[in-house]
Design a protein around this ligand. Structure first.
Ligand code: UDX
Length: 472
């Protein structure tokens, strides 16, 4: 065993403890662990780790092929939005995170298993400094679309003023080179037009630091031809027209376990921060006709207002299609529960409301004919990869950009608009047939990209081969 370990690279994948971050990071960690030349450690905060493995008492553990080694961000018991502001959270996280993360690297080195490469997701800018202090090569893993990376780069490279001048003109087209189709103000990630006083703005400040660290990496390298590689959870065929400055984007996605034959058996990778509802929703789906069910979920973060929930419910009832709706406990209004009944089942048996589900299993079920989504990047990739057409109701951050090519509910939830979109996507009209055919095409393209010899497969293998050469 010791000999095998000595030959292996030890890759550490580090991530912020949001569900939309943990999923792509952990899926990549598992993917990398299937290479015979790598050993992989996954690291998130202690509070995130405890939610992933509530029954585990040990802080470091082994699960499937991956070692889990968490670090303290100073909030080990977790936070809620009502008791801690993002500003307070990030000031402690950005101070204690690097110290405690560095200790993990020391600990592995002391145990004869030094980390030889670090991959980090988008809200850990300090990882680049810690890696540099330890002399370990590190790479950013961009867990959103390549297009979004490019837009942020433009924003930070001189377009900020133009954007703020036109912030109130949603149809103003931005003259971004290297991006097709063109981007209008209304498509921009919400951070680009967010006031610095906004309670979410500290998230953007941390994100901006990630870009600053990349710039420093380029400067420090001294070589004018050096371009840091940035792994992206996307695939070349999905975003063919994105060209960026100074870094090399390496699409390796969609990194979704169910697309990989050798990972099919390992569905439980511990990634869930929320407990899936046990209401028999899969059996309920079994009882529905193919392509008949509307699945509704808005990810792990956004909190909808009661008025929006009422509008969605109105639209669902009016459309008369069976629906499975995820309403997280932290986003569940008492009034809504009363409408639906404590058990979550609709009175006429046409709908089911759950607190959390295995989203990919639901999307892969043949009964599901449409996904009403906020267009978080993970949900978007999952839906594409399952061939399920989407009705998008984007809310903030990158979601408006991700929604661009879908049937767009335009972010504003209105019951009658939802009915119209569902009819368009699921109805018998020509447009519906076209949308469903396109969705099936994306499913095939996604699978092809990650299959042996596909664009993302080739990129990931080349990356793993390449990092061997960097190890001192
Ligand atoms: C956040 C941002 O909001 C999003 O815009 C960004 O692209 C990623 O980070 P989140 O809002 O949680 O993510 O959305 P999303 O990216 O879609 O991730 C949610 C994840 O939770 C998905 O992987 C989805 O499969 C999973 N999920 C959601 C479940 O497993 N069960 C559920 O019931 C709901």
């Amino acid at each position: 065993m010791a000999d095998l370990h000595e030959q292996q690279q030890h890759i550490l994948v580090a991530t912020f403890p949001g569900q939309g971050h943990i999923n792509p990071a952990l899926h990549l960690a598992n993917r990398l662990a299937h290479f015979p030349t790598t050993h992989v450690t996954f690291s998130t905060t202690i509070s995130g780790h405890r939610r992933m493995f509530p029954s585990s008492s040990s802080s470091e553990l082994q699960h499937n092929l991956v070692t889990y080694s968490p670090f303290s961000d100073g909030h080990d018991d977790g936070i809620t939005r009502s008791n801690t502001s993002f500003s307070d959270y990030f000031s402690i996280y950005n101070r204690l995170g690097p110290l405690n993360f560095s200790n993990i690297l020391h600990s592995f080195a002391a145990r004869g298993r030094p980390v030889t490469c670090i991959i980090y997701t988008i809200l850990l800018p300090w990882v680049a400094d810690v890696a540099s202090d330890h002399g370990i090569p590190c790479f950013l893993y961009w867990i959103q679309a390549s297009t979004v990376f490019s837009v942020y780069q433009h924003f930070l490279h001189g377009y900020e003023t133009l954007i703020s001048t036109h912030a109130h003109d949603p149809l103003f087209t931005l003259p971004f080179p290297n991006l097709k189709p063109s981007i209008q103000i209304r498509d921009l990630p919400s951070f680009c037009i967010m006031s610095p006083d906004h309670p979410f703005y500290p998230i953007f400040e941390t994100l901006k630091e990630v870009f600053e660290k990349l710039e420093s990496q380029i400067k420090e390298s001294g070589g004018s031809n050096y371009k840091p590689k940035v792994l992206v959870n996307s695939f070349a065929e999905l975003e063919p027209d994105v060209d960026v400055d100074e870094v090399e984007l390496v699409p390796v996605g969609p990194v979704l376990p169910f697309l990989f034959e050798d990972q099919l058996q390992e569905e439980d990778d511990g990634s869930n921060l929320f407990k899936a509802d046990d209401k028999g929703y899969m059996q309920w789906l079994d009882s529905k006709e193919e392509g008949s069910v509307v699945y509704i979920s808005f990810g792990s973060f956004w909190e909808f207002k009661k008025e929006d929930m009422d509008e969605i419910l109105k639209g669902l009832k009016e459309s008369k299609r069976p629906y499975l709706w995820v309403v997280r406990k932290d986003n569940r209004e008492k009034e809504l529960l009363e409408i639906e009944g404590e058990e979550g089942d609709d009175q006429d048996g046409n709908g089911m409301m759950v607190e959390w589900c295995s989203q990919v299993r639901v999307l892969a079920h043949k009964a599901v004919g449409c996904f009403v989504t906020h267009c978080g990047w993970n949900s978007t990739l999952e839906s594409l990869s399952c061939g399920v057409p989407m009705v998008s109701v984007p809310q903030w951050t990158d979601q408006g950009m991700n929604a661009k090519s879908e049937v767009d509910g335009n972010g504003v939830v209105k019951g009658e608009e939802l009915v119209r979109c569902l009819e368009l996507v699921m109805g018998d009209g020509e447009k519906g047939v076209e949308i469903r055919t396109k969705a099936k095409m994306w499913k095939d393209e996604a699978l092809e990209a990650v299959s042996e010899g596909g664009s993302s497969d080739v990129n990931l293998k080349a990356f793993v081969d390449g990092i061997k050469k960097l190890i001192k």
